[in-house]
Design a protein around this ligand. Structure first.
Ligand code: ADP
Length: 465
């Protein structure tokens, strides 16, 4: 059974049950009310009848007529009948109630046989004249004049039809509401289902929140989440495609060069040594590229966090800078390390080899992209919350509009010029730092140069005893 049908059916059942219970309770209350009302009416009738007799006995016929005239507006009083029984057996209806003779006779006989009846009374005056007092329809459960609810004013049909019309209208309106509510819930779910089907078939452009834009409920939120998920998937897929495109492109160039070198090697065996060394450097470049790709893919796809252990971050950076000094000297550059206000024994929870690689990428880039004679400053310090490492060079820097892209795999800014490289180093660095809950920020410095800042949360630092 479809969701819409199920919701609709449930609402119908709820409405029907509610109507049944409500009708039952309503009928009970009404019966109870009517019974009490009827009892009350009877009590009033009895007391009016007694009053009539007393007035008649004490003040006479005219006073009784005047008494009932005064009560004319009271419908109960109008049910009281006063009959004078003539000697010849004729009846005179003193209050002009228009009562049939059969009814009078019936009441008279009833009064004769039921002395104790409070609703029929026989009175004989001192002149032996007989009078009959009675309440009309005294021995019948009178049709209730009181009706509670479910009556449509001004509709001239039997009360039972009024009830049918009212209940029928409630039922139809209820079913209509049930239909609207069921449709209101099922419709957005159908939209979401369609979106998911499109996505499952590979249509990554599938979006649903526009169709749910008029809603402000949880289903609209779900639609928004669906769109976010689809957009994320689309981004990931685009990145995968981009990566694949770059990988194949990056692989093809060295392979083509290797092929060319092999051709040359066959043609000029006398230059074997030179060609073999070029071959070796091409193979090394490919090895480097494949190695970086593997690292990136491992970092990107692994769900498990990196293995971390307490490491002395100060000595790690000092050792790295030390190892880079040789290249700096070759490039005729100055590489400075400043450690500010930090204890040499500070231990930082991190993955030593990956962190080493991250810092190494950035320091080597600073040396690679700065001209000879420039200075590279590596500074490590703590602020209130973070451990910070700034690597600042006075090279060409990076065009502002390119800054945001340098952490994307295979992206090489204009600053790279003709230098060799894969464009993967900073992407790897960014992943490593994110795995340590930190961030890396690149900004140009004045008058020229680039500053790369590592920001690592200080909670990772444990002071050694
Ligand atoms: P690669 O160095 O292999 O090209 P990276 O991911 O390490 O790849 O760097 C991406 C790009 O960022 C480089 O191609 C270069 O254009 C730019 N870059 C990185 N560091 C610097 C720097 N210190 N000065 C100027 N440009 C830089």
């Amino acid at each position: 059974m479809k969701l819409f049908q199920r919701i609709f059916l449930i609402f119908c059942l709820v409405i029907l049950c509610t109507m049944m219970v409500a009708s039952f309770v309503f009928a009970m209350v009404r019966d109870n009310f009517n019974r009490k009302y009827s009892e009350q009416q009877r009590a009033i009738e009895t007391s009016l009848l007694t009053n009539a007799q007393i007035v008649f006995q004490t003040q006479g016929e005219e006073a009784t007529e005047a008494y009932f005239k005064r009560l004319r507006s009271n419908p109960i009083a109008n049910n009281i009948v006063l009959i004078e029984i003539e000697e010849d057996g004729e009846y005179e209806d003193i209050l002009d109630r228009n009562v049939s003779e059969a009814e009078i006779r019936y009441a008279y006989n009833y009064a004769l046989t039921h002395n104790d009846s409070s609703r029929t009374l026989l009175y004989t005056d001192p002149f032996k004249k007989e009078y009959l007092f009675f309440v009309r329809h005294f021995d019948q459960e009178r049709a209730l004049t009181f009706q509670t609810g479910l009556i449509i004013p001004g509709l001239p049909i039997a009360p039972v039809w009024h009830e049918f019309i009212v209940l029928g209208t409630v039922l139809i309106v209820g079913l209509l509401l049930a239909y609207l509510i069921a449709a209101n819930i099922a419709h957005p779910i159908k939209i979401l289902e369609n979106g998911m089907n499109r996505l499952a078939k590979g249509d990554l452009d599938a979006r649903v929140s526009q169709q749910l834009s008029e809603r402000k409920d949880e289903l609209a939120v779900l639609g928004g989440q669906f769109d976010k998920m689809a957009a994320q998937l689309q981004k990931l897929m685009a990145r995968e495609r981009h990566l694949l495109h770059h990988v194949s492109h990056e692989m093809r160039s060295p392979l083509a060069r290797i092929q060319a070198i092999l051709g040359l090697l066959q043609a000029r065996p006398d230059k074997q040594a030179e060609y073999l060394s070029r071959l070796e450097s091409e193979v090394n470049r490919m090895d480097n590229l494949v190695g970086e790709l593997l690292t990136l893919s491992r970092l990107e796809t692994s769900n498990a966090p990196l293995n971390k252990e307490p490491l002395t971050i100060v000595s790690l950076l000092a050792q790295l800078v030390d190892e880079c000094q040789e290249i700096a000297q070759q490039n005729q550059q100055t590489l400075n390390l400043t450690i500010q206000g930090m204890n040499d024994n500070n231990r930082f929870d991190g993955n030593e080899s990956y962190l080493y690689r991250a810092f190494d990428n950035v320091i080597r880039n600073a040396m690679k992209y700065s001209p000879s004679g420039s200075t590279i400053d590596v500074k490590m310090y703590e602020d209130r919350k973070n451990l910070r490492i700034d690597v600042t060079d006075n090279g060409p820097g990076i065009k502002e509009e390119q800054l945001a892209h340098i952490f994307t795999a295979f992206y090489r800014a204009d600053s790279s010029g003709n230098s060799s490289g894969t464009g993967l180093g900073l992407a790897i660095t960014k992943y490593i730092i994110e795995q340590h809950q930190g961030k890396i920020i690149a900004e140009n410095v004045q008058p020229n140069g680039l500053k790369m800042s590592f920001v690592l949360p200080k909670t990772y630092i444990k002071k050694s005893a």
